[in-house]
Design a protein around this ligand. Structure first.
Ligand SMILES: NC(=O)c1ccc[n+]([C@@H]2O[C@H](COP(=O)([O-])OP(=O)(O)OC[C@H]3O[C@@H](n4cnc5c(N)ncnc54)[C@H](O)[C@@H]3O)[C@@H](O)[C@H]2O)c1
Length: 355
């Protein structure tokens, strides 16, 4: 690891705090600073763990340039965001735009001034909703499946690849991320900045403060753990909609490899997600949650679709997996088990947030 002064924005959040603590474990001599405004409920729980690991915490806001003054930074991991696809729907988009777009530009300025390399956490939500929902699919007994032989490039039963068209609407959230990606590319071209863009599908695992609009895997396990009702919302209300997921440990392995071999990935945009193998429908997730927790909960059915929802999303990460030689280690069962054990071991802290 050639980077000695790492700044992680959003570093008290799910992804940021996990990356900070794992980097600290693997590279004890590196200095790690995290900045977060603690907007996400539950992110305050990270502070004790970060402190115990010797990671400096700055209570700051990426919307404010005056909060972004640092002595030295040679690597920026940009993990701060309003990460909900529902953000701005039925309310003002101000916080979303000012954090995910203006805030990201402020972070890029930090990287430019310090000549730091950066990794930007983007999202599979950059891909247009209507194109995804109009893909050819089959309705199987427990799930929807994307078919091969699509009329659009970048889509197959393996999922959505980086060359999927981008010319339709994708939600305000997705738009802030795609716009940020474009600016990252310009900083690479104009200033010679080193940067990697990772378009992640659903990421999950311990320390994700799952809620209905973000973090569905944790929400599902938690509701089973605390024996509370759930709903299948949209697409007929049968729980057949499908998502792939990547365990935070596997995402860390991917990013660690990128950091250790930055030039191989520099200026690249990579889909990083669990893929077809690590994909489940809500129905299938329910069965797995019942197995692991031993609890069965009531699940209501709401037929109407939610705005910005998708029938399915599966990440085709072939480009990254072939370049890196990696394969994912954590499957559905292990991932649900990890989340379950984390909730069990931190029940008192997590109950007010996850139940
Ligand atoms: N979790 C996923 O499934 C997923 C999938 C794809 C992409 N991503 C991206 O990964 C990144 C990390 O997401 P996450 O899941 O850890 O979300 P998170 O909400 O757990 O973490 C984001 C952190 O950013 C902080 N934050 C929000 N606004 C801020 C601001 N203005 N200034 C400073 N800090 C601010 C929050 O308090 C929170 O701690 C985000 O960019 C998100 O868009 C996440």
């Amino acid at each position: 690891m050639k980077y000695k002064n790492i700044l992680i924005t959003g570093g008290a959040g799910f992804v940021g705090s996990n990356l900070a603590l794992k980097l600290r474990r693997d590279f004890p001599s590196v200095s790690i600073t995290v900045l977060d405004n603690l907007k996400r409920r539950g992110s305050e729980l990270s502070l004790k763990r970060l402190k115990a690991a010797g990671i400096e915490f700055i209570h700051g806001d990426i919307r404010n340039r005056e909060d972004l003054v640092f002595d030295s930074v040679d690597l920026l991991l940009e993990c701060s965001a309003e990460p909900s696809v529902m953000a701005g729907i039925g309310s003002s988009p101000d916080y979303l735009m000012n954090t995910n777009l203006v805030g990201t530009l402020n972070c890029l300025e930090v990287a430019r001034k310090h000549n730091a390399a950066s990794v930007f956490l983007s999202t599979s939500r950059v891909y247009p909703i209507s194109y995804i929902n109009n893909l050819k699919f089959e309705e199987a007994e427990n799930r929807f499946n994307i078919l091969d032989g699509q009329d659009i490039i970048g889509a197959s039963s393996k999922g959505i690849a980086e060359n999927f068209p981008l010319d339709k609407a994708r939600s305000l959230y997705g738009a802030t991320k795609l716009a940020s990606e474009l600016v990252v590319a310009e900083y690479v071209d104009t200033y010679g900045m080193k940067a990697i863009v990772n378009r992640c599908g659903v990421i999950t695992g311990p320390w994700q403060m799952g809620k209905i609009d973000q973090g569905v895997f944790v929400l599902w396990v938690a509701k089973h753990y605390f024996k509370q009702p759930l709903s299948y919302i949209g697409y007929g209300g049968e729980g057949k909609q499908v998502r792939d997921f990547i365990h935070i440990d596997d995402l860390y392995r991917a990013i660690k490899l990128q950091l250790e071999n930055f030039d191989d990935y520099n200026a690249g945009t990579f889909n990083i997600g669990g893929g077809l193998k690590n994909s489940v429908s809500l129905q299938e997730l329910t069965v797995q949650c019942e197995d692991v927790t031993g609890n069965k909960v009531e699940i209501a059915s709401v037929r109407e679709d939610r705005p910005a929802d998708l029938r399915f999303f599966i990440t085709d990460s072939t480009k990254f997996l072939e370049l890196s030689g990696l394969s994912w280690e954590k499957d559905t069962k292990q991932t649900i088990q990890d989340i379950y054990e984390w909730i069990r071991d931190n029940e008192a802290d997590l109950k007010p947030i996850l139940s």
